[in-house]
Write a protein that binds this ligand. Structure first.
Ligand code: NIG
Ligand code: FE
Length: 428
């Protein structure tokens, strides 16, 4: 007797998944389950069973059967750190950096995040919504089925609020799982330059309680670094967020040894991200406090920075995650395939470790280990069908890797219908 389900995906050259739910540490991060001639059964948007095609076809039948010959299947990618609420690109700054002007100097001159803040504040809701829509569709087309999205280019209540509200509205129209994060502490707004404490107070006593009351974000993040927020300012913001019941994330040790990773350990943050300048004692403190390191090799690549110590983190038992950091300043990257290639080549992670970092461990860092990040019964039916015969093409084959189908919450999508990278932002 076979059981009726909604969808079968059969005859994948390989089905490859982290062998269990995240967080996966140490040697576990390198362990995948790989099934040749793999298949999946899906019902009600969840994975019912995973196995060989023969096993699945013996037990299940469905009106829709998708033949995945010529493709391998991996879990839908989970991008645990992105900044998609922006309306214009900043390629001129990239060119300036190539001519020797530093990121910090560009910020001091009023560019950088300030530039994107000016652009967003000047944009009407329709423009901001169109840009968000394009970015979200770009993630889905690239194979990302869960994405953490930060605000942070508004820095006024009006502009932070509409960033998060429009994000929620656009997300609701797609089968993409969006995890919203409030990043009102992305940069000290110009108008508060000489009274920094007033902005921190506005964040802690006004914006954060409203974010919570309106249910606009699940996490709060702070850019704790040279030229952004100090450790004491970050502590004040994150403690207020924690008191309200929001989860904590932090940008730390990107531009210099900021002390942000220590703070993440002290506060029990869900993640500390970037971590270029972190030392072994701090890695151990993060491990003891269950802070997931989220590494962002696209930013390392575009800023030509030194790589964060991914291998030492894995050796010391931390469940390393990777993310694109998609943003207009330091990482115009949406592709999880190129992200994986950079994790292998730049961070020296194995292909299996990088896949776990971009799926199960990223999901765990978002509190979603029981929802997504692996191809296991009971989890959301999120998967990517990529042309090729082996999951080891990931990382090896750089960005290239034709995505045939994206399975998002049980819905089988043709990414070509989404346009290769979604709608581009409006020209500046
Ligand atoms: O993660 N570091 C802070 N935020 C972004 C860059 C933002 C920007 O330059 O617009 C990052 O790299
Ligand atoms: Fe970032």
């Amino acid at each position: 007797m076979s059981t009726d389900v909604d969808l079968l995906v059969v005859h994948a050259e390989e089905l490859a998944t982290p062998a269990g739910r995240g967080p996966r540490r140490g040697a576990e991060q390198d362990q995948l389950t790989v099934i040749r001639d793999g298949a999946l059964a899906v019902r009600g948007g969840r994975i019912v069973a995973v196995g060989t095609t023969a096993e699945i076809q013996a037990r299940y039948r469905a009106a829709i059967v998708h033949d995945a010959r010529g493709c391998f299947i991996v879990p839908g990618f989970v991008d645990a750190h992105t900044h998609p609420a922006f309306v214009a690109t900043r390629e001129r700054e990239f060119d300036l950096r190539l001519r020797g002007v530093s990121y910090e100097e560009i910020t001091r001159q009023g560019g950088g995040i300030f530039r994107s803040v000016d652009d967003l504040r000047a944009a009407d809701d329709a423009t901001l919504a169109a840009c968000l829509r394009g970015h979200l569709r770009g993630f889905l087309a690239a194979g990302t089925t869960t994405v953490e999205c930060k605000s942070g280019y508004g820095l006024t209540w009006r502009d932070e609020r509409r960033s998060l509200e429009l994000l929620a509205r656009e997300a609701a129209a797609l089968p993409l799982r969006v995890v919203p994060t409030f990043l009102g502490a992305h940069q000290m707004p110009r108008e508060f330059r000489d009274r920094r404490g007033d902005y921190v107070r506005e964040l802690t006593t006004q914006m954060l309680p409203e974010v919570k009351r309106l249910g606009l974000a699940r996490y709060c993040d702070v850019f704790c670094d040279v030229g952004a927020f100090t450790v004491d300012e970050a502590r004040a913001v994150l403690m207020a967020a924690r008191d309200l019941g929001l989860g904590l994330r932090i940008h730390a040790e990107e531009l210099g040894p900021s002390g942000g990773a220590r703070l993440a350990a002290e506060l029990g943050a869900a993640s500390a991200d970037h971590l270029i300048h972190v030392d072994d004692a701090t890695i151990d403190a993060m491990g003891a406090a269950n802070v997931t390191p989220v590494l962002l090799p696209g930013t390392v690549f575009a800023l030509a920075k030194k790589a964060p110590p991914a291998r030492r983190m894995i050796e010391r038992g931390l469940p390393v995650a990777i993310a694109t950091d998609f943003n207009p300043g330091t990482s115009y990257l949406q592709s999880p395939l190129l992200l994986m290639a950079m994790a292998c080549a730049v961070l020296r992670m194995t292909i299996a470790e990088a896949l776990t970092a971009a799926t199960a461990n990223a999901a765990a860092s978002l509190g979603l280990a029981d929802e997504c990040g692996a191809l296991l019964p009971g989890l959301s039916a999120d998967a990517v069908l990529i042309r090729g015969g082996s999951h080891q093409l990931l990382g090896y084959r750089f960005a290239e890797g034709p995505i045939e189908r994206v399975l998002a919450r049980g819905e089988l999508l043709d990414p070509r219908a989404f346009g290769a990278f979604g709608a581009p932002p409006l020209p500046t």
